[in-house]
Design a protein around this ligand. Structure first.
Ligand code: 13P
Length: 244
């Protein structure tokens, strides 16, 4: 399975960053054995895709409807119209800040697929949940509720992002990542059969050039979803190199 390395720029980036995005796009030609993508703020997508039409650029969320009275929201066909080919859905920052539920996220993933977008659906436990010994139960529950029944590896990936590892510089123990990714794989196979074997499971949360080789070597870690370390080509490249 080819590794999938995806940058999540979150609420960062203006037109002055288009050159940095183009430096990141250049990495995709340099490392053809890695699938690379970057998920940008909606305001930058059309400009980035216009100058880098061959690079996979995505959004960070979408609405579950095609159009209508939803002030401030962006629909899947709008992302496609801007040139996006993928979107992140159900990031923990949206689950907490925007109160997104598993059902919302599932509907968004279906809508994204209907519009022709690939999706990365995020799951992950908080520190309190991990400390209470509930990490597996929480994550597998999110997975069950957030994935549409017709999910296939062609358009869906899962990202396991422990909330307490995001932006903190802390990562879980290797054995905890292995345990969680194995449990996710098992559930994907039991629900989606052979497709479940092929759905890529990314790890996210403080992945960087120093820890990427270790994380990406763990069984069932098929790539990474990277925040801070995806903001410059210089910081992003070592992760891509580790995946290659
Ligand atoms: P950091 O890599 O900055 O910890 O962010 C991870 C993340 O939330 C990616 O979606």
């Amino acid at each position: 399975m080819q590794k999938y390395i995806v940058g999540n720029w979150k609420m960062n980036g203006t037109s002055s960053d288009l050159q940095e995005i183009s430096a990141i796009a250049a990495l995709a030609t340099q490392y053809p054995l890695v699938d690379i993508a970057i998920c940008l703020p909606a305001t930058l997508i059309a400009r980035a895709t216009a100058s880098m039409p061959d690079f996979a650029i995505g959004g960070q969320d979408c609405h579950h409807e095609v159009s209508g009275a939803h002030t401030g929201c962006v629909s899947p066909p709008m992302l496609v119209d801007a040139g996006a080919t993928l979107t992140i859905i159900g990031h923990s920052e949206r689950r907490s800040d925007q109160y997104e539920t598993n059902a919302n996220i599932c509907a968004k993933a279906s809508a994204a697929h209907a519009a022709g977008l690939k999706s990365i659906v995020c799951v992950g436990e908080t520190l309190a949940e991990r400390d209470a010994g509930q990490a597996l139960e929480i994550v597998l529950g999110q997975l069950e509720g957030s994935l549409p029944d017709d999910a296939t590896a062609d358009w869906l990936s899962v990202a396991y992002e422990p909330v307490w590892a995001i932006g903190t510089g802390r990562i879980p123990d290797e054995s905890d990542v292995a345990e969680m990714h194995f449990a996710i794989r098992k559930q994907l196979i039991s629900r989606f059969g052979s497709n479940g074997e092929m759905i890529r499971i990314l790890y996210g949360g403080s992945m960087n050039g120093e820890n990427a080789s270790m994380l990406l070597a763990i069984p069932n870690v098929d790539g990474g979803l990277i925040g801070g370390a995806s903001l410059t080509a210089v910081k992003f490249e070592p992760i891509i190199k580790a995946a290659a």
